[in-house]
Design a protein around this ligand. Structure first.
Ligand SMILES: [Zn+2]
Length: 270
């Protein structure tokens, strides 16, 4: 298997760059998006420390680690921390998980407004939530149609938004082939869905969407001993679906780099 890129890796806050890189080399992972660690209490101070940690990891090997600010946009001071993370720490994107706020609601819009000027992508949790005390209600994919109002933000929806995979594909399709006509929405294939749903969702997604808008993510750790099995599980699905090598190359490799380029029109003349 060729080297791959992984768009969805959570830092826990204690990792050493050398140990991560060893695991990445072993599993032939060239680049990873690494999210700042999740704080216990979701305070701004925790977020600042977490972003500093992500920046430290990124600085150790900037060609391989793409650090993301991880932020709750409802925190007072969220915008200044996003700005610090991108401008001062040079982090390369922003990760959000809607928890007690809606992606299309007023609370998040100041952050989107700012990110729209910073030329960095966003990655959202979408779909069912397993965290204690959190409700999945806020994470439905159709809410992300609001990102149409921020044309410079390319964004990825994690977990194919399971269990709302059809809705996720419809939203992506609206951006790529429908009236929104902007290559703005990417599907992050990070698991969450049990295999039977994941295989079904990928089959449907690839039947109507170009492979350009589907990107591999693990939501796992490339330095974990079971990481290889994890990738193989995804490959077995694509094998069953008869997905071609050039498509796989996009999904597992080149779409990662594309994610960092500004959105373009999907159809000419529209
Ligand atoms: Zn995740």
């Amino acid at each position: 298997m060729d080297w791959i890129n992984d768009c969805h890796v959570h830092l826990m806050g204690k990792e050493k760059p050398a140990e991560i890189l060893r695991g990445m080399d072993k599993n032939k992972v060239e680049k990873c998006i690494v999210f700042a660690p999740i704080g216990k209490n979701d305070t701004l101070q925790e977020t600042v420390e977490a972003d500093d940690f992500a920046a430290k990891i990124q600085k150790s090997a900037p060609k391989r680690f793409y650090g993301f600010v991880r932020i709750n946009p409802t925190l007072p001071g969220a915008c200044s921390e996003i700005e610090r993370g991108i401008k001062k720490l040079k982090l390369r994107g922003v990760k959000m998980l809607p928890k007690k706020w809606y992606p299309h609601g007023e609370e998040a819009r100041n952050s989107y407004e700012l990110i729209n000027t910073l030329n960095v992508p966003m990655l959202f949790h979408s779909g069912i939530l397993w965290m204690k005390g959190a409700m999945s209600t806020y994470c439905r994919p159709a809410y992300y149609e609001a990102l149409y109002d921020y044309p410079k933000i390319k964004f990825a929806l994690a977990h194919i938004s399971w269990p709302w995979t059809d809705e996720c594909i419809a939203v992506a399709n609206r951006f790529w082939a429908g009236d929104f006509n902007r290559k703005q929405c990417i599907i992050d294939t990070t698991s969450g869905a049990p295999r039977i749903w994941k295989a079904d969702a990928l089959r449907k997604a690839l039947s109507i969407l170009p492979p350009d808008c589907i990107m591999f993510g693990s939501d796992f750790w490339p330095w974990h001993k079971d990481y290889r099995a994890y990738i193989e599980a995804d490959f077995s699905i694509y094998g069953e679906l008869g997905v071609s090598k050039p498509y796989l190359q996009k999904i597992f490799n080149s779409n990662f780099d594309e994610f960092f380029k500004p959105p373009k029109k999907a159809r000419k003349g529209a």
